[in-house]
Design a protein around this ligand. Sequence first.
Ligand code: SF4
Length: 214
Amino acid sequence: MNICELIRTSFIDYPHNICAVVFTKDCNMNCRYCHNKALTSTNKKIEVAEILKFLEKRKKLLDGITITGGEPTLCKGLYEFCKNIKSLGYKIKLDTNGSNPQLLSRLLKDKLVDYVAMDIKSSPENYNEICGLSFDCIKNSIDIIKRLDNYEFRTTLYPKVTKDDIIEIMKIIKTDSYFIQQYRETEFDDTKPYSDNYVKELCNELKIAYRGIN
Ligand code: SF4
């Protein structure tokens, strides 16, 4: 496991649960708006044993663990890591870009993950433009994740993602468990976001919940 950061307590990263958040280092996408790019270049490394020791002590205070990144499914030890966390009695939420359907399927089949939050970057025709990989590498993950009771899909409304892209995504995922996240500029990309009002109106029109707007 290539773990580079740990948030000891979070009230916002696992719906209805108090969790710790573990960040893995690498990612196979290159989203223009990524807020976690610094993770990929950090030298910081936290050993799995240290995380498990911390979780052992926090059993009475935390409900679950959110594993995020980077892209956690790139980590060779993810399956074992989840197994160890489960043996401590925690729920696990996995944040993923969906590019490893084989591992996702295995984790779900063996009940090692309770909640999956998957990014859908854009419509299939514009996928590569936003994140550098094609829609083909994530499409199988959509049906796999929908087998879970608890999951969500989410799209960051980067200004190159249009209303038509969102409509296309909705036709593909066919679920109400879908959120739009407002895009915010990063130190690497100062593209101006859509106005908050525009995002709200779009979400109201399409009946989608939104996040990241006051
Ligand atoms: S998939 Fe997530 S972590 Fe990877 S580049 Fe995109 S936003 Fe960043």
